[in-house]
Design a protein around this ligand. Structure first.
Ligand SMILES: Cc1cc2nc3c(=O)[nH]c(=O)nc-3n(C[C@H](O)[C@H](O)[C@H](O)COP(=O)(O)O)c2cc1C
Length: 315
């Protein structure tokens, strides 16, 4: 008997715990993947109004990953519903729409618009600037996080996944705020704010100067955040950061994630989602693991050393 992959995460039944990460997956991948075989289609973030995106270059490679400052270009929510969403429906896989907006009220309006579109869930990308306040990302502040999640919660009965930013110094408090405001699951996390400089030209490598770091280099940082959050919230955590193999998925499960999302690795290997799932099955079957529950939070059963700091406290 092979390990059972099917799971329920934040109100959504999934065929496997491995999903694509927002912005790193599109219907064009149907040339190399059977989209109907994916556990869920997590779509690129759509915004309230149309946006042109950031100046080019928008991506650059770093030693252990990539830096991007795409800036969420797109036609806005109405265009998304009319023109983008239909391209994904034919696969039959559960669809998770990712939304972002300038204000909490706009998040609520978008959630209401998407309510009757047959989605499995809505992912709230709250790693974008809060225009009403100081322009910092919503997920940098407990209050702004709670306001967006609560507003969306009132606007829809669909499951809500809140995607946090790793750029905050208080990820556990933000996670608790999202949970209290009604999030069904947390995605931990978006990219890490970073800078790449070309020493010869003395210019930033990205047109937007700074961008978000993703890929293998971020994995230990995001794993730590998943571990910290999993000990303090009861809703499921979707681990996302630097996953490129089945073993990486196992590490995230041990840290306390119940499911994961894979981003950058799909640019390197467009069939990564299928390969990583196969590697996870091989890992489990080779060790007689029949349920992923045997792995989830596995690290936490270890006794903490005497005097170890609480998870909220920096070492
Ligand atoms: C090119 C690119 C575009 C992205 N676009 C989005 C996006 O639209 N919305 C979002 O929530 N995250 C976006 N992300 C972040 C990913 O979903 C993911 O959180 C991050 O890349 C960490 O996972 P990874 O290391 O597996 O790539 C993007 C990442 C990359 C590399």
């Amino acid at each position: 008997m092979s390990v059972v992959l099917e799971t329920v995460c934040g109100g959504v039944r999934l065929r496997s715990p491995i999903m694509p990460a927002s912005g790193t997956f599109s219907h064009e991948m149907e040339n190399v993947l059977d989209l109907g075989q994916l556990s869920a289609l997590v779509l690129k973030t759509t915004t309230y109004t149309s946006r042109r995106g950031n100046p080019v270059p928008r991506v650059t490679e770093t030693s252990f990953g990539m830096l991007n400052s795409i800036g969420i270009p797109g036609g806005g929510i109405q265009h998304f519903v009319a023109n983008e969403l239909p391209k994904y429906r034919r696969s039959g896989a559960p669809i998770v729409a990712s939304i972002s907006a300038d204000t909490a009220a706009q998040f609520g309006e978008m959630a209401a618009i998407l309510s009757d579109e047959g989605l499995a869930a809505i992912e709230l990308n709250i790693s974008c600037p809060n225009i009403e306040a100081d322009g910092q990302a919503f997920a940098m502040s407990r209050e702004a996080t709670a306001r967006v999640v609560a507003t969306a919660r009132r606007a829809t009965t669909l499951p809500l996944w809140a995607k946090l930013t790793p750029n905050t110094g208080e990820i556990v408090n933000i996670a608790k705020a999202a949970e209290s405001a009604g999030a069904d699951a947390l995605v931990v996390a978006n990219t890490i704010l970073a800078l790449a400089i070309d020493a010869d030209s003395r210019r930033a490598e990205l047109g937007n100067i700074m961008g978000g770091l993703s890929g293998p280099g971020v994995k230990p940082i995001i794993l730590r955040m998943v571990y910290q959050c999993a000990r303090k919230v009861s809703i499921p955590i979707i681990g996302c950061g630097g996953i490129s193999s089945g073993r990486d998925v196992v590490e995230y499960l041990l840290a306390g994630a119940t499911t994961v999302q894979v981003g950058t690795e799909s640019f390197r290997d467009p069939t990564a989602l299928v390969r990583i799932e196969r590697e996870l099955v091989e890992f489990c079957d080779g060790r007689g693991i029949s349920s992923l529950r045997e792995l989830i939070g596995g690290l936490m059963v270890q006794d903490a050393p005497a005097g170890a700091p609480d998870v909220d406290v920096a070492p």
